[in-house]
Design a protein around this ligand. Structure first.
Ligand code: GLA
Length: 383
């Protein structure tokens, strides 16, 4: 992040002619387990990672927010807070607009600011580049305006920006972990109560992320369809959310829903159980159980939720053959491409990388990207 901070600061000085008063960051995330459970009021177990978005900023006395986006050829856009609701915005600007509008629903009187923004979360890879952008902006505006904003409140605003202004019906996981992550720890989040519990990434294991680099298409529409199917399954049982359903209830109501709705709900119910089991297993350093939970989670995403693609399944099989029951591997994120996350014993990391580099492109025709990540503090938990 240091290099990003230097770049953001240098561009800030060039454009605005002074040192920034504030430099801060918000991380992206990797989800260890608990996929598509967040918008069903369920459990997730993500970690914030050492890739993120950095903002350099200074407050202004007027109502203009002026933003320079380093990763878009230093494009600059000015947002007038008094007319924002009626303004059009596209590309990265629509996220700035959405975040500011969400923030102003609670704090209508915020002042303007000058900002430069840059990030290194790979976009469209299922590592939450947009949540990291949203939380970085919210943390910046909260700091400059001295707002008493908690991580959870910021997360809800980031989610609102997505749901209401960006057209993606996402849950709360990505924004919560970007705001409330903790160094060397994963976070068990109850997405209904927003209760948080942390557990250490086990000593002697690395978090290895492999980007399949599969170009993702139709992600938002498939995502929103999955959510609708989950909600339809809950409604068929007379419930407002799948969180309240037991497996017995689901089996008893099988005839009241479509085959697909049943499968989606089956994934969510079993995934919630696996997430809680994995949290206990991480606490106990029980890697064999972690391995089993991650393998079952992947199979459930592939067969019940139908969100994996062949190159992702291949990566999971490949890494699974090396890791065995001493770690774990599964797809992470919304699906249809993106990344695979693995817990790998430190002394096997080089072998794992070699295995991927020697086989993945040969099998799929696509070159992979590999990152060994550390778990980091979130924007609202940093000292
Ligand atoms: C995306 C969404 C999250 C969550 C995951 C799937 O990352 O933004 O809210 O639903 O997909 O677990």
């Amino acid at each position: 992040m240091q290099e990003l901070a230097t770049n953001a600061t240098n561009v800030f000085k060039d454009v605005f002619g002074s040192e920034p008063a504030y430099v801060g960051n918000a991380p992206g995330r990797v989800n260890l387990i608990g996929e598509h459970t967040d918008y069903n009021d369920g459990f997730v177990l993500p970690a914030a990672i050492n890739f993120g978005t950095v903002v350099a900023a200074t407050g202004r006395d007027d109502r203009t927010v002026s933003v320079v986006a380093l990763d878009f050829d230093n494009e600059r856009a000015d947002f007038d807070l008094d007319t924002l609701a009626d303004a059009e915005a596209s590309s990265w600007r629509s996220y700035v607009r959405g975040v500011l509008l969400a923030l102003m629903e609670q704090y209508p009187d915020i002042k303007g600011a000058n900002l430069s923004v840059t990030g290194n979360v790979p976009q469209g890879a299922g590592l939450s580049s947009s949540a990291s952008f949203e939380i970085a902006l919210l943390k910046t505006m909260a700091s400059l305006n001295e707002l008493p904003l908690s991580g959870a409140e910021a997360a809800k605003m980031g989610q609102l920006a997505e749901n209401k202004y960006a057209g993606c019906n996402c849950g709360i996981m990505d924004q919560m972990i970007s705001a409330c992550g903790a160094k060397n720890r994963a976070l068990l989040l109850d997405c209904r109560s927003l209760e948080t519990k942390y557990t250490s990434i086990p000593e002697g294991y690395s978090v290895l992320i492999t980007n399949s680099n599969v170009k993702r298409g139709l992600v938002d529409s498939e995502y929103n369809t999955r959510r609708e199917q989950c909600e339809a399954a809950a409604a068929a049982m007379g419930l407002s959310s799948l969180r309240d359903a037991s497996m017995e209830q689901l089996l008893a109501a099988k005839d009241k829903m479509s085959e697909k709705e049943f499968q989606r709900a089956h994934h969510v119910l079993t995934e919630n159980e696996r997430t809680l089991t994995m949290f206990d297993a991480l606490n106990a350093g029980d890697m064999a159980t972690c391995s089993k939970m991650m393998a079952e989670s992947h199979a459930s995403m592939r067969d019940d939720f139908e969100i994996t693609v062949r190159p992702i399944d291949y990566l999971v099989e490949l890494l699974g053959s090396l890791i065995g029951d001493n770690g774990g591997v599964r797809m992470t994120g919304g699906g249809f491409g993106g990344c695979v996350v693995a817990l790998v014993a430190d002394n096997k990391v080089d072998e794992a990388k070699t295995l991927i580099l020697e086989n993945y492109e040969k099998e799929t025709g696509i070159a992979p990207s590999i990152f060994v990540c550390s778990a980091e503090d979130g924007a609202f938990t940093q000292a």
